[in-house]
Design a protein around this ligand. Structure first.
Ligand code: BGC
Length: 456
């Protein structure tokens, strides 16, 4: 297999606990020639509620007094719905060969059973555009957003609603299946359940541990059903279909402090281990002491994915504090570099996550990885170190097939509004101008070096 070398010249920065980055400063990394290097977005985050008025998020954010921290609404966000052509040009400039994006169910089926041909044509055009530019499309069927009519029926709180999602997926697959080689069913079931039903920061804003377990179970079952339904369709066997999991572990700041240690154990168990275990064995156990127990068995689960999609950002380090309202606060360890989100740069954990996910024996795609860094002071370091961690896992035999940086553009970061700047391209939300961030040059350089290496 032909490989291309890229040198990652690391900056010398404060040492954090973990690997000795000074040693690794001049590491030479190699990626397989057919490796996908891409970027990722989700439709609502880059197009906003005004472009997607039938979505449950558009209804949710239209209410007064919402927990969106900045008080903002998504509006038209970066208006990707109308600017896809311009953004494909950005992808070419960047040098990526893949793009992960989500289809908006509420645009395609704005009212129950009513299919919007214009939305289908729109997505078909987007996919054709990518293919014309040799950019492999990876499509996500559900990225936190669904139609308001589905939400009105109870969404994923009700097991009997699963067929609506399967039907939508089949409709889309019948139309676009032959053009898209990589399909993700549901983005981050654990985070959707955690944010919408446990912390109440996403719609429907509930705080009900038992319901959280039910919703997570239903999402996992919806994934399994969708997988097999699509596999049975024409072209189903020719494409790869996977689930996307955010690998997130909760770590106590003080290793032996039970006030931190016990919640961290249960949070990791519910929002990470339960999903991993389900896909390994078919058994689902969601257990929060005195609050919730949900169990289920689905023997088809271990065979329900052709690849495992890993979203990795960091770990959540929780520290106890004297407050009844917020007894635990997210922080980082001394010497670590904090991002603009409440977690630090932690490439060692990325490597460990890949090793852990390799146990499924399936190809892995890193479907999201990126940094919120408004000042753009850590982005280059982040990219180089996380790609080093990825390379290390690959070199040890983990079958990683692609990496999608989150995100191509600054976008609407859900309950955080527009304050978190994940974009390789900075977006001016008044003029919709996009500008490549200096920190993104680290990614571009690697991609351009690779691309040059392939020119005969
Ligand atoms: C989600 C994205 C989000 C990103 C950064 C992931 O949990 O899939 O929608 O923007 O993390 O927080």
């Amino acid at each position: 297999m032909k490989k291309v070398c890229c040198s990652l010249l690391f900056f010398s920065l404060p040492l954090c606990a973990g690997w000795n980055w000074e040693e690794l400063e001049k590491a030479e990394v190699e990626f397989p020639r057919e490796f996908l290097f891409g970027t990722a977005v989700s439709e609502f985050q880059v197009s906003g509620g005004e472009n997607l008025p039938h979505s449950q998020w558009a209804f949710w954010e239209a209410q007064e007094g919402l927990p969106i921290k900045t008080g903002e609404r998504s509006r038209i966000s970066a208006d990707e719905w109308h600017l896809m052509e311009r953004d494909v040009a950005l992808m070419k400039e960047l040098g990526v060969n893949a793009f992960r994006f989500s289809l908006d169910w509420s645009q395609i089926e704005p009212r129950e059973g009513e299919w919007n041909e214009e939305a289908m044509v729109h997505y078909e055009r987007c996919i054709d555009l990518l293919l014309e530019h040799q950019i492999t499309p990876m499509v996500t069927l559900h990225h936190f957003v669904h139609p308001q009519w589905f939400e009105g029926k109870g969404g994923f709180e009700k097991r009997e609603n699963i067929p609506y999602f399967v039907r939508f997926s089949q409709e889309v697959f019948a139309r676009l299946g032959s053009k898209v080689p990589l399909w993700c069913t549901i983005n981050e079931p654990t985070i959707f359940a955690l944010m919408g039903y446990f912390l109440g920061e996403f719609p429907p804003g509930k705080k009900d541990p038992f319901l959280t377990g039910i919703v997570l179970r239903n999402l996992l079952l919806a994934h399994v059903k969708t997988y097999f339904a699509l596999k049975e369709m024409d072209g189903g066997e020719e494409v790869a279909i996977g689930i996307v999991h955010q690998h997130l572990k909760f770590i106590p700041f003080h290793t032996f402090n039970p006030v931190e240690k016990v919640p961290c154990f249960f949070l990791t168990d519910c929002f990470h281990t339960s999903l991993m275990h389900f896909f390994e064995t078919g058994d689902f156990d969601f257990y929060l002491p005195t609050q919730a127990i949900v169990t289920e068995s689905e023997s088809l689960a271990p065979r329900s994915f052709d690849f495992f999609g890993v979203n990795y950002y960091s770990r959540a380090v929780l520290k106890g504090q004297w407050s009844l309202e917020e007894p635990l606060v997210a922080t980082c360890f001394e010497g670590e570099v904090m991002t603009d989100m409440p977690y630090a740069i932690y490439p060692e954990g990325f490597y460990e996550a890949l090793i852990e996910c390799a146990r499924f024996g399936k190809p892995i795609y890193v479907t999201e990885n990126g940094i919120a860094d408004a000042q753009d002071v850590h982005r280059a370091l982040f990219i180089k170190r996380y790609l080093y961690a990825l390379y290390k896992a690959l070199a040890e035999g983990v079958d990683v097939r692609g990496y999608f940086y989150w995100s191509l553009l600054d976008n609407f970061e859900w309950g955080e509004g527009f304050s978190k700047k994940f974009g390789l391209y900075e977006v001016d939300f008044q003029t919709l101008e996009r500008r490549l961030r200096p920190g993104a040059l680290a990614y571009q350089k690697i991609l351009l070096e690779r691309n040059r290496g392939y020119v005969k």
